[in-house]
Design a protein around this ligand. Sequence first.
Ligand SMILES: *Cc1c(COP(=O)(O)O)cnc(C)c1O
Length: 221
Amino acid sequence: MGIAEKTLSLKASLPSGVKLVAVSKFKPSEDILEAYNIGQKDFGENYVQELVKKASELPSDIVWHFIGHLQTNKVKLLVPVVSVIQSVDSLKLLKEINKEASKIDKCIECFLQVHIAEEETKTGLNKEELYGLLSNPELNAMQNIRLTGLMGMSTFTDNLTQVQTEFSTLKQIFDDVASKHNNLSNFDFKELSMGMSGDWQLAAQEGSTMVRVGSTIFGNR
Ligand SMILES: *Cc1c(COP(=O)(O)O)cnc(C)c1O
C-alpha cells in the first residue's frame, strides 16, 4: 500500500469524532503531498526548522501542528506558519507564543502537554504543574492564544494495561480541567490528543479525540 491508501484506510478505521494528525517528521514534502491529495489536511512536525521549510513548499491550507519540544527562542519562527502547538509545557512558553502571535494578529491553538508516562525522559507537565498553570491569573490576559486541549504520550511498553491506565488517567484529567476552568475567556477545551501508531486504538477507546500517527502512514523513520 502507498501513503495515500494507508492514510485512507487509517481514516476509515477511526471511530467517528476522532481526528487524524499525520506525523510527517523526517519525511519529504512529496510524501506529505500524497496524503494531502486524498484530503488529509492536518500534519504534525517535531522540529521548527523542518516545519517552516515544509510549510514554504506545500499548500497553504495545510493545518500544521507542532508536537515536539519547543524552545522559547524558536517560537518567533514557528508562530507565522503553525495553527496548533500541542506541546506547551510552561507559562513562559505560552507568554512567548501569545507575544509573537499578537505581533501578527494571529490566534494560536495551544494544547498543554501532560506527562503520563513512566519514563523520566518524556516531557510535559505533571498534574500539579498543570493545575498551577491553569490557575495563573496571567492566562486571562492572553488574547492571542486559545487553550483548546491536552496532549499526552504513553509509556513505550508492551504492557497494554499500563498504557490503557495512562490514557484513562489523562481522560479523567481532561474532563476535570474542562469542567473547572471554563471561566477563562480564551479557554475552549475540546481536544484530547493521545494515541500514536502503536496505541491509537487503545487511546480512541479511552476517549481520545485526536490521534497522531506517523509510521503507520509514512513507514519507519
Ligand atoms: C513521532 C511522534 C508521533 C508519531 O509516532 P508514530 O509512532 O510514528 O506514529 C506522535 N506524537 C509525537 C509527540 C511524536 O513525537
